[in-house]
Ligand binder design. Structure first.
Ligand SMILES: [Zn+2]
Length: 179
């Protein structure tokens, strides 16, 4: 799937979340937004509460699931490089979860979120269900943040764009749309 680069392409690919008056089209939401399961074993929390699913556009759910699997795998490799080899699977699983936590990669900060707009203003990627925020506490808008480079690489290889590259920098933000 090719990453949309214009607003029109985004609507053509993912549909229009808004009715003509700018409010949410609930039928669009029912037809397009799914609860994607976070891969088994991957820890995820939203403001301290365990999260098992993420609401996202159905066309991106398999892709985002694969991205989290790759983040898990890459983090596990870092653990092995740092801690050595020869431990049990369970030991590596636990150290991988700890490392994900140290890196803020178990902190979910939002995905699908429709906000009404008036007067033809464009909807945010979150309103299409094509964006996710990770670890907002350590990656606030307007700062460099601390999003690990390998995580940025993984998302970009899947055609996503990182808000950390924007002039109006937003390092917590990943979206399947190039602005
Ligand atoms: Zn965002």
């Amino acid at each position: 799937m090719k990453t949309p680069t214009t607003y029109a392409q985004t609507v053509a690919l993912f549909g229009n979340p808004a009715k003509s008056d700018g409010t949410l089209n609930k039928q669009w939401e029912r037809d397009n937004i799914v609860s994607m399961k976070i891969p088994a074993g991957y820890p995820m929390f939203y403001l301290g509460t365990k999260v098992r699913t993420i609401r996202i556009h159905k066309l991106l759910a398999p892709d985002l699931q694969q991205i989290f699997t790759e983040i898990w795998d890459a983090t596990r490799i870092i653990v092995k490089q740092e801690r050595g080899y020869g431990y049990s699977t369970a030991w590596y699983d636990n150290r991988t979860r700890e490392k994900l936590h140290d890196l803020g990669l178990d902190q979910f900060s939002g995905s699908y979120n429709f906000r009404p707009v008036r007067g033809g203003t464009q909807l945010s990627s979150h309103a299409f269900g094509i964006a996710i925020d990770i670890d907002a506490v350590h990656n606030p808008q307007g700062t460099k943040g601390r999003m690990p480079a390998f995580v940025v690489d993984i998302f970009e290889r899947h055609g996503w764009q990182w808000g950390g590259r924007w002039r109006r920098i937003d390092p917590q933000h990943m979206q399947f749309r190039k602005e």
